[in-house]
Design a protein. Structure first.
Length: 271
């Protein structure tokens, strides 16, 4: 199996001393690359110890720099943190995203499910990052939850020529069509394996294969049969297998397509 986990939070302290073993299991499972998503975070003990703010995104870039053939990094400000990030954070984000080891801007976007930042702040910070990606000619990694209309509206105004990825897509075919019309790629996570995800599976059946990626969003959203456990990149194969089942195609076809798509959409290094 040759797969790319297009969205992983391996810099989280959830992995601690287990990170080398986690990466070894990923390689043994046939993964050829993992994208480490760096983002602004509070300096809390559960995730980043004493380091917070954009230093957390810098950690992700440093991790990717330690093994460029297998890891790449992004940097962004999550919608949950839009109200806490400062103008100085945005300036530092631009510096980080200019780094050649940062392949994309994000994750960024809108989350109207939790509303941990006021919606207007979410929209402003999302649009600013979309403009940054456009100016740097880098792809945009987008988080959206219960906000598809506003997300699509901002992308329509601000998205640059490099396009981007709707990460951990959980919407239906109607939502998928909006993003496809904007030239976005769509990434599927372990949610595809969840019992209640029928609408998502129907969308996954209809989205053109050449626009699909797979991801774990680890340590979150472990696929069935590991649901509720700490997720890790090696389990992305379970999402790929479910995608093959949903589409009625060989797993090898899903492997080949999603790997090629991830390299193209996120400007990853060739194998």
């Amino acid at each position: 199996m040759t797969l790319i986990d297009s969205h992983a939070h391996l810099d989280f302290a959830d992995y601690g001393d287990d990170l080398p073993s986690t990466l070894r299991r990923a390689r043994e499972a046939g993964l050829v690359h993992v994208v480490v998503v760096g983002q602004w975070r509070e300096p809390d003990q559960r995730r980043t110890g004493a380091r917070g703010g954009m230093a957390a995104a810098r950690d992700a870039i440093e991790l990717a720099r330690s093994d460029r053939s297998f890891l790449s990094a992004t940097a962004g400000i999550h919608p949950h943190d839009a109200a806490r990030a400062t103008a100085a954070d945005l300036r530092e984000l631009e510096t980080l995203c200019r780094d050649s080891d940062c392949v994309a801007v994000g994750e960024c976007g809108l989350d109207y499910h939790y509303d941990r930042s006021p919606r207007e702040a979410q929209r402003e910070v999302f649009a600013a990052q979309a403009r940054l990606a456009k100016s740097l000619r880098k792809p945009l990694v987008v988080h959206t939850r219960e906000a598809d209309l506003d997300t699509a509206s901002i992308l329509e105004r601000e998205l640059g020529p490099e396009g981007g990825v709707i990460h951990c897509f959980t919407g239906d075919w109607t939502a998928a069509q909006r993003y496809l019309a904007l030239g976005m790629h769509i990434s599927l996570s372990g949610v595809l394996t969840f019992k209640a995800a029928d609408a998502l599976r129907e969308a996954a059946r209809q989205i053109p294969l050449e626009r699909l990626l797979v991801e774990t969003d680890c340590p979150f959203l472990a696929p069935v049969p590991h649901r509720g456990k700490r997720n890790e990149p090696s389990w992305v194969r379970l999402t790929a297998e479910k995608l093959a089942e949903v589409r009625g195609i060989p797993i090898a076809q899903v492997e080949r397509a999603t790997t090629e798509n991830a390299r193209r959409a996120l400007r990853l290094p060739p194998e």
